[in-house]
Ligand binder design. Structure first.
Ligand code: GTP
Ligand code: MG
Length: 358
């Protein structure tokens, strides 16, 4: 390849055209090089097989080269922060993150939007909301524009968490928007899930499904400042009565029980308590084995989701719409004498059996 202009070659490597060397990227990631971590996360977010394989190799190198004292459970505290748009999740993470880095911890924040509702513009807005934190050497902030990869968000975010852990971050926060689907997803990927609400949101309680509240470990009533303090107190009380949860008394709360925190991300009110609760809750959970049990159960679910994704992609690539079987099934549906499921199932079965044989 002597004919290639060396500067052209350099350009190609820098612009990402040359496949990255996983061992080299892993070395850089372990050395705390943030652009290398970003590059690995970009690979993880891609649904391309070769990118997934590269991301996996990077993880393999990181795990093989990390220090002996580090086990998966001593790596990171995985915390989900969810809530309606504008509830103050990013502002809260900026404040909590700054407290943590001041204590000597390292913090990664992954901002995910499983609903794909936000535009890239508002995600950039997020980055500026965590202005101080994003500049800190011990912090890493990654906004993930999920609109590009709808459907693949859950499992790729899990890989991003793994990569942040591999990079040695003590805390990995996952910020997701919305009340509903996103809790279910974030709850599969994190050890503790916090739902951020604003004063006055107590009226929404009826709309919240019980199943949803089961996934939440803490309610954070944010923006408890200025003229909103009284309303915030009322809101906390409403939730407490409706849910039977402990209010604010974090230190006395039974380990494992959900609590309600009233804070102001802007003034810092209540944040020390919240952070103390998070630390204690995680440490107690680890000592009691509940963190391990949750990770074990949620992995089964995540793996099932990934298996369904893979089967779906594979099925779409092998289905032959012009085959006689397909056409015959369609005929039955046109005639109206088969259900969709009965018409399609034999085709799926024969495709799956075909793979078993080879
Ligand atoms: N008064 C007050 N305003 C706050 C507080 N926290 C956040 N805000 C404001 O609320 C607005 C939204 O804050 P964000 O942190 O971007 O909220 P978010 O939940 O991350 O929003 P999305 O990422 O778009 O879902 C901003 O104007 C913040 O300045 C708070 O504790 N008190
Ligand atoms: Mg935000």
């Amino acid at each position: 390849m002597s004919g290639i202009n060396p500067s052209y070659r350099k350009q190609r490597i820098e612009s990402g055209h040359t496949p990255p060397d996983p061992a080299h990227l892993a070395t850089q990631i372990l050395a705390g090089h943030k652009p290398a971590l970003s590059r690995a996360i970009t690979l993880a977010e891609s649904r391309k097989r070769e990118h997934q394989e590269l991301a996996s190799k990077i993880l393999e190198h990181c795990v093989a080269n990390r220090s002996e004292q580090q086990t998966p459970l001593t790596l990171s505290r995985r915390i989900g922060i969810t809530g309606y748009p504008g509830a103050g999740k990013s502002t809260l993470l900026e404040a909590l993150g700054m407290q943590l880095v001041a204590q000597g911890a390292s913090v990664a924040v992954l901002t995910v939007d499983p609903t794909g509702l936000r535009t890239d513009g508002s995600i950039l807005g997020d980055k500026t909301r965590m202005n101080e934190l994003s500049k800190h050497p011990s912090a890493y902030i990654r906004p993930s524009p999920s609109s590009k990869s709808l459907g693949g968000v859950t499992t790729s975010t899990f890989t991003s968490i793994q990569l942040c852990e591999a990079a040695g971050y003590d805390w990995v926060f996952v910020e997701t928007v919305g009340v509903g689907q996103s809790e279910a997803m974030v709850s599969l990927m994190t050890d503790i899930v916090c739902l951020v609400l604003i004063p006055g949101a107590g009226d929404d309680l009826q709309g919240m499904k019980r199943g949803l509240m089961d996934m939440i470990n803490a309610l954070i009533i944010n923006k408890s400042d200025g003229p909103q303090v009284d309303q915030a107190k009322q809101t906390a009380q409403q939730y407490q009565q409706a849910l039977g949860w402990d209010p604010l008394m974090e230190s006395e709360a039974e380990p494992g029980k959900s609590v309600i925190h009233r804070v102001s991300a802007e003034t810092g009110e209540g944040l020390e308590n919240l952070l103390g609760w998070l630390q204690k809750r995680w440490d107690n959970g680890l000592a009691a084995g509940s963190i391990q049990r949750k990770r074990d159960v949620t992995l089964d679910k995540l793996m099932t989701i990934e298996a369904s994704h893979l089967i779906k992609h594979w099925m779409e690539s092998v289905l032959d719409l012009s085959s006689p079987e397909w056409q015959q099934a369609k005929q039955h549906l046109l005639t109206g004498d088969h259900t969709l499921s009965v018409a399609v199932e034999p085709i799926v079965r024969s495709l799956l059996q075909g793979t078993k044989k080879d």
